[in-house]
Design a protein around this ligand. Structure first.
Ligand code: G16
Length: 565
């Protein structure tokens, strides 16, 4: 039931001092929760954001929500009071302060809002001793570009005053509007705009009849994170899946003590189901804030790099939103070249961007990119300006529904494995793997990067043989945005060989403490006899070369990665 209350408020000016280290990373500001809970830490960053936005934001409406993690309930009240204190007109908040990241993008776009704030540290664990995060999205629903995040950082270094409205905490458990003088807080259903968007992209009726196919079985794992708040309404109520298909779909403040990153290591319960006896045909998971996804078939893992390529190759036939064809495709630099091959064959404009979803926004706004993806389990399209976990699941379900359409009774199901194998037959297979070395001392991680620069980029000439492969080029990736001409340098070290194999090293930009080194390796095969081989086996040679070139084991003291995907 909607409620309405009216009260004025006054703005209290509270003195504060700059706090070190409030620079945003790949996606917003992420730190340990305790850091955010320390005096004025969150308030300083939010005040700096409003200072960075300046007069332009006054009198405007923004949205606010989060992934339901620990500290969101306190944080949302702090943000509301700063928003009112800084002259915003209205804040639209997801009920109980919940809103998945792609849903936030849909809310901003569909309601034509000035922007939105997302309280989430994404796939990082939650709780008093874990992580918290915040990020701002702009009016096209896209993560704020670096020119804004740099400006925010600038203000965090000189801030002296917080402007806080003195109204009481707002009840976010009921839909409706609360007014304090001219300022309004509207609590909305966080599924409405997002599901309306998804309904315009996919054929829900077709998906419903696919779910009714008795030969098809499905399981979805929300890892106790935000998509648990959407899953039952989407899969069960809208598409007719059985409630038993939902795993870990009760959102929890600490994500059940788990690590809500949908990969082979952290989504182990789902992986065990899909690789066990009586496995379902299809399994999927999403991360803390619902923008990442993992797709599994029975005893089969679809790499994110293959996933975006398969979706792009089948989109026109399977997804109504793309029925007129794709405007172009894009992938981040470390993502495998599988998508490049689809672009080439379908004659589509293709872009290679740095890691970070924010780089796709300009391409989409300029009509140059319909589908894009990243190796970090992010896949999405231009319906919103964030990667979209549930979109990716529905895209795969649409492909399966299309491939299985009109097959006679008793015909075996065309499976996820069948779809990917058919794709490899057409395009060849980019064998790919990522090694993560988490929690490395920052200094040691920097040494690995410096060593690669000195011993490979600066010294090895193209044409030299390294580990049995001939070097094509080695550089530190730089990107010039074709739309606004902005340049992003130092985006990861690339060692590219003439046979198309690649080694990439970069430091994660999403951690909250220490450093994570990511090592990405790739090689291409087009002989079908190789397709079913184990990726680690096929990549063994290039992995050895990567470790040797970087001297990573000696420089970090690590003899194995923490996560392999
Ligand atoms: C964020 C960005 C992604 C990016 C990822 C990389 O993901 O939104 O576009 O690929 O970080 O992370 P890292 O810098 O650790 O390799 P998320 O899901 O954390 O928002």
């Amino acid at each position: 039931m909607a409620s309405a209350a009216t009260q004025g408020f006054s703005v209290v000016s509270k003195p504060t001092k700059p706090i070190e280290g409030q620079k945003t990373g790949t996606s917003g500001l992420r730190k340990k929760t305790k850091v955010f809970q320390s005096e004025n830490y969150l308030a300083n960053w939010i005040q700096s954001l409003f200072l960075a936005l300046g007069e332009e934001a006054k009198g405007k409406t923004i949205a606010l929500g989060g992934d339901g993690r620990y500290f969101n309930k306190e944080a949302v009240q702090i943000i509301l009071k700063l928003a009112a204190g800084n002259g915003l007109k209205k804040v639209v908040v997801g009920k109980d302060a919940i809103t998945a990241t792609p849903a936030m993008s849909a809310i901003i776009r569909r309601r034509k809002l000035y922007g939105g704030l997302i309280m989430s540290a994404s796939h990082n664990p939650a709780g008093p001793d874990e992580d918290w995060g915040i990020k701002f999205n702009y009016s096209a629903g896209e993560p704020a570009p670096e020119k804004i995040t740099d400006k925010i950082y600038g203000f965090t270094q000189s801030i002296q005053e917080l402007k806080i409205a003195d109204f009481p905490d707002v009840d976010l458990s009921k839909l409706g509007t609360t007014s304090f003088g001219d300022f309004e807080v509207e609590v909305i259903d966080y599924t409405t705009d997002y599901f309306d968007e998804l309904r315009e992209v996919f054929d829900f009726a077709k998906l419903r009849s696919f779910f009714a196919n008795p030969r098809f079985s499905f399981v979805y794992d929300a890892l106790h994170a935000v998509t648990g708040a959407y899953a039952s309404r989407l899969f069960v109520d809208e598409l007719g899946a059985s409630p038993d298909a939902l795993l870990n779909c009760v959102p929890k403040e600490d994500f059940g003590g788990g690590h809500p990153d949908p990969n082979l290591t952290y989504a182990h319960e789902l992986v065990e189901r899909l690789f066990g006896t009586d496995a379902p045909d299809f399994g999927a998971a999403s991360d803390g804030d619902g923008d990442r996804n993992m797709i599994l078939g029975r005893s089969f893992f679809v790499t994110p790099s293959d996933s975006v390529a398969v979706i792009a190759a089948n989109a026109q036939a399977a997804i109504p939103y793309f029925s007129a064809g794709l405007k172009g495709v894009a992938r981040s630099m470390p993502t495998s070249g599988a998508l490049d091959r689809v672009a080439k064959r379908l004659n589509l404009p293709f872009h290679e961007t740095p890691t970070g979803w924010k780089f796709f926004g300009n391409l989409m706004d300029a009509g140059q990119c319909s589908i894009c993806g990243e190796e970090s389990f992010g896949t999405g399209a231009d319906h919103v300006r964030e990667k979209d976990g549930l979109w990716a699941v529905l895209a795969w379900l649409s492909i399966l529904a299309t491939k299985n359409e009109g097959r006679g009774e008793g015909a075996a199901l065309v499976s996820v494995r069948d779809v990917v194998t058919e794709h490899w037959r057409t395009y060849g297979r980019n064998f790919y793997s990522r090694y993560d070395y988490e929690g490395v001392e920052s200094e040691r991680a920097e040494k690995v990067m410096a060593h690669l620069t000195e011993s490979v980029i600066d010294t090895v000439q193209p044409g030299t043989e390294l580990g049995g492969r001939v070097l094509e080029t080695a550089d530190n990736f730089a990107y010039t945005d074709p739309i606004d001409g902005s340049v992003a340098k130092g985006q990861g070290i690339r060692v590219v060989f003439r046979d198309g194999s690649r080694i990439i090293f970069r430091l994660s930009g999403t951690g909250s403490a220490g450093a994570t080194i990511r090592m990405y390796v790739e090689t291409y095969r087009d002989d079908p006899a190789d397709f079913d081989r184990d990726a680690q086996d096929v990549l063994a040679g290039i992995i050895a070369t990567a470790l040797e070139l970087s001297d990573l084991p000696a420089l970090t003291g690590r003899d194995k990665p923490t996560v392999i995907t």
